[in-house]
Each structure stands twice: as C-alpha cells, then as structure tokens.
Design a protein around this ligand. Structure first.
Ligand SMILES: [Fe+2]
Length: 352
C-alpha cells in the first residue's frame, strides 16, 4: 500500500489548525504544531511533503519560518495561510519559495487542491533528485570505465612500442640505446620549440621506434662495418617506407607514421623517401631528424669515432637550412642545450 503523504500544519490558533486537520486527515498523515520552533524540530526529524504555515504567529512569524524551512529543506513545499488583510504579504512570500497561499476562512476544496498540488510537486522534486543521483552514479561509473579503458590502451600502446623496439634491437645493435636517446632528446627539443604537451608523448614514442623499418632490411647491410656501396645504400633508404607500412597495420600507432616515414627527409628537399621540403616535412619528423643526427655524431660509429661537441655544433650550423630545419638547429645551438643533452648521456662510454 502506498504510504500517505505527510502534512505539517503550523498555526498558533487552535481553530484553523484543527479545521485543517479535519479537512486533510482522510487523505494525509497530518501533524499540527502551534509555533515555528516546534515546526522546525519536526521538520528535522520527519520527511514532510507539505507544510502549511500561518503568516501571523507569535514568536517566529510565517515568513521567518518559510525562510528557515527553505534553508533546511528546499524540497519541502510550503503553503501560507492568511487573513484577507495580509493577502499582499502572502503574494510577496511566493517570491521566497512558497508554493501558494490559503485565505482564511478556508474553502474546503481549495485546501484539498493546493495541498494536492504541493504533494505532487514534492513527489516530482524527489523523483528529479533520485534521477540526478542515479545519473551522478552512472557518470561516476562511466568515468571509472573510461579511465580503466584509457589505462588499458596506454598499457597496450607501451607494450606494443616495447615489442617493436625489441625487434629493432635484435636486428641492429646500433639502435640499442640510440633509439632511447633520440626519443628523449626529441621530447626535450619538442618542448623547447613549443610543441603542445599532448603531442609530445606521441612524438617521444614515435622517435623510439623511428627506425622500425630496419627490421625489413637485410642484416648484413645493417651490420656492415665499412662504407655502404650504392646498392646497399638504396636498400637502407627503404627503411622509412617499410616502417610506415608496418605501423599502418596497427590502428592506435597511426600518429607515429609522419616521424617514421619522414625522419630522413632533408629541409632542402634532397632527402628520402619522398624528397619533401621545408615545412612540407612534418614538424615531428624535423625534430627527430635533428635528434637522430646529433646522437649519431656524438657516438662512435664503425667507420669513424664520435665527434667532439665543437665539431657537432659546426656540423649542425652548416647543415641548418640544408639537412635540418634551421629554427630547430638554432634552438639546439643556443642556451647550452647541446652541452646539457650530451651531459645527460655519458657519450664517452657509448660505443657505435
Ligand atoms: Fe632511420
């Protein structure tokens, strides 16, 4: 059986109080009190749907009580009672959140209608509140699921990159360590030239596997100690395209393709595989190209020893605008960035 709505009647005169009880008792659970303080005590203890308040009461008057009820329980509907003389006061009280007013002496039908209206409105309030609560719980649950999915994607992403890195390392000894240094220097540079933070992580990961295409190049060419002949060099030149094809098959690694495909393009348009030029080369690839070359110069290679820092600076400034983006080169050459980078990695102990 549905529970009866609860009505609280507050009036310091017994007559109207009892009249309302008589009118409402068959339909509602009715509680009556004779002053505002008692009313607040009941409101704190019980969940009333509608409170009927006389405007003129000794002590706390009806308007004060209305204010206190709305502060404590904004969802409770309040109906004011007034004599003809105070109708204007009752009307203005509607602005403070009262639902309606009753004029003494009461019309039986008006009382039933107004209280019923209040009970319906309160029910709607409660339903809305429940709905908001339910939505809040659902949103919280959804956010948790999104977070978990994000963590899972990030973990898949990291382990895929790790697996690809291990594949290059197994094929080409030189890339071991080199990829990680290029990745870190690329991220360092990307930050200095103002690439947005949310793009830097992808750039860092792409730099880590920029040479992934080398797994498709013959091992003896990769491992050759001397200078490569023309045919061998043509083979090596295929690694950016091979890498891009490998990555193209992995949905969530697509944003790495520009770095992998274009890290050997040259600013003057003489690079490979597409002979892209200047700003036509993706910025991320221009960054990795510089980091890749700096790391290579600072390391011993089978065909030459590591270059001194001064020599690296010279090479970079000569190649700015030719092989490399001159703006990126100037960032590397200013503010002690190169010295800082070479200091982070102990290049004297890195073999080729
Ligand atoms: Fe490469």
């Amino acid at each position: 059986m549905e529970e009866k709505n609860s009505i609280l009647v507050v009036d310091d005169e017994m007559g109207p109080r009892e009249a309302l009880r008589m009118i409402l008792k068959n339909r509602y659970e009715v509680v009556t009190v004779d002053n505002g303080e008692h009313a607040m005590g009941h409101i704190h203890e019980k969940d009333f749907d509608v409170v009927i308040v006389d405007i003129k009461m000794a002590g706390m008057d009806g308007l004060q009580l209305l204010r206190r009820i709305k502060e404590a329980r904004p969802d409770i509907e309040v109906v004011l009672m007034t004599a003809y003389a105070s109708i204007e006061t009752a009307k203005s009280a509607l602005r403070y959140g009262a639902l309606d007013y009753l004029i003494k002496p009461f019309d039986h039908r008006d009382v039933i209608d107004i209280v019923e209206k209040g009970a319906v409105k309160r029910k709607e309030h409660l339903r809305t509140r429940e709905e908001i609560k339910r939505l809040h719980i659902a949103t919280t649950e959804l956010s948790k699921e999104v977070e978990a999915a994000k963590r899972s994607i990030e973990s898949h992403y990291a382990s895929t990159v790790k697996a690809l890195l291990a594949a290059i390392d197994a094929k080409d000894q030189y890339t071991r360590g080199h990829s990680e240094r290029v990745s870190r220097f690329s991220a360092f540079l990307a930050e200095k030239i103002g690439i947005p933070h949310d793009k830097i992580l992808a750039l860092e990961q792409a730099a880590l596997i920029h040479d992934i295409g080398k797994i498709g190049v013959e091992g003896n060419i990769l491992k050759k100690q001397g200078v490569l002949d023309l045919t061998e060099f043509e083979e090596i030149k295929k690694h950016p395209s091979i890498g891009a094809r490998i990555i193209a098959s992995v949905d969530f690694l697509q944003e790495m393709i520009p770095v992998i495909l274009c890290h050997h393009e040259r600013f003057d348009g003489t690079g490979f595989p597409e002979r892209l030029k200047g700003a036509g080369i993706p910025l991320s690839a221009r960054v990795v190209a510089v980091a890749d070359a700096v790391d290579a110069m600072l390391c011993d290679r089978p065909y030459r020893s590591a270059l001194a820092l001064e020599h690296v600076r010279e090479e970079l400034s000569q190649m700015g605008g030719r092989q490399f983006d001159p703006e990126i080169v100037s960032v590397v050459l200013t503010g002690g960035l190169l010295e800082c980078y070479s200091g982070i990695f102990d290049y004297q102990h890195i073999g080729g």
